[in-house]
Design a protein around this ligand. Structure first.
Ligand SMILES: [Zn+2]
Length: 226
């Protein structure tokens, strides 16, 4: 019986590496799969990992009907035993529903990989729909650490060195001011330092300027919601 499986994690949790490994394992057993991704870090229609591995993939544009794509592949005589769907947080809720239909009606195994929540700690729409529909959701073991040494469970966006918790969910280029292109970086933090907006850079600055270390939570209170 095919299942819709969602492997959820933070950034830097090695999910793309796991997706590639999953594809390799199934291929080694003589099974055939299709690989989908969206806005891969390489900027091309490939599934790539931080370790430098990569494989061609189908780009999940907003208007792609994944159900139609798979049916077309089957109709053309192709074989599909499973789908690997990376960066699934960026899929639309409708595309996630197509994945569920592929499992139920075509009996094709679907392995989806995605980041659970964005830099505001809010669920991505694609991840929300996967949590709602998946036969099983597995939270990936976090290997990344916050600067304080705790498990890094939350994604932070740092713009020009300052952590922000407001803004567009996905930044696609910065064309607002041609004279100043903001430097957007991401960092993984533990929840307590995410809520206190204490990125590694802020922590270093605080440690240099204060008598108390930023490990002391009283030194970095949670800012009021604004
Ligand atoms: Zn921390």
């Amino acid at each position: 019986m095919a299942e819709l499986s969602f492997f959820a994690g933070t950034m830097d949790c090695g999910k793309s590496t796991l997706a590639l490994q999953m594809d390799h394992n199934h291929r080694a057993r003589g099974r055939a799969g299709l690989i989908f991704t969206r806005l891969d870090r390489s900027g091309e229609a490939v599934l790539s990992s931080r370790l430098g591995l990569e494989t061609p993939a189908i780009e999940v544009a907003t208007d792609l009907d994944i159900w139609e794509a798979v049916v077309a592949h089957l109709t053309a005589g192709g074989r599909v035993d499973y789908l690997i769907c990376d960066e699934a947080q960026f899929y639309t809720p409708g595309q996630v529903e197509q994945l569920a239909r592929i499992v139920d009606e075509l009996d094709i195994e679907v392995f989806a990989f995605g980041i659970t929540s964005d830099f505001r700690t809010e669920l991505f729409p694609g991840s929300r729909r996967l949590i709602e529909l998946a036969d099983r959701t597995q939270v990936l073991q976090v290997s990344a650490l916050c600067w304080c040494g705790r498990r890094a469970t939350h994604n932070a966006r740092v713009v020009d060195g300052v952590m922000v918790v407001e803004g567009e969910q996905v930044v696609v280029g910065d064309t607002a001011d041609p004279d100043h292109v903001a430097e957007v970086e991401y960092e993984v933090l533990c929840r307590r330092h995410h809520m206190r907006r204490m990125s590694s850079q802020a922590a270093r600055a605080a440690a240099q300027s204060a008598d108390v270390l930023p490990f002391d939570l009283d030194a970095c209170p949670v800012p009021p919601r604004g």
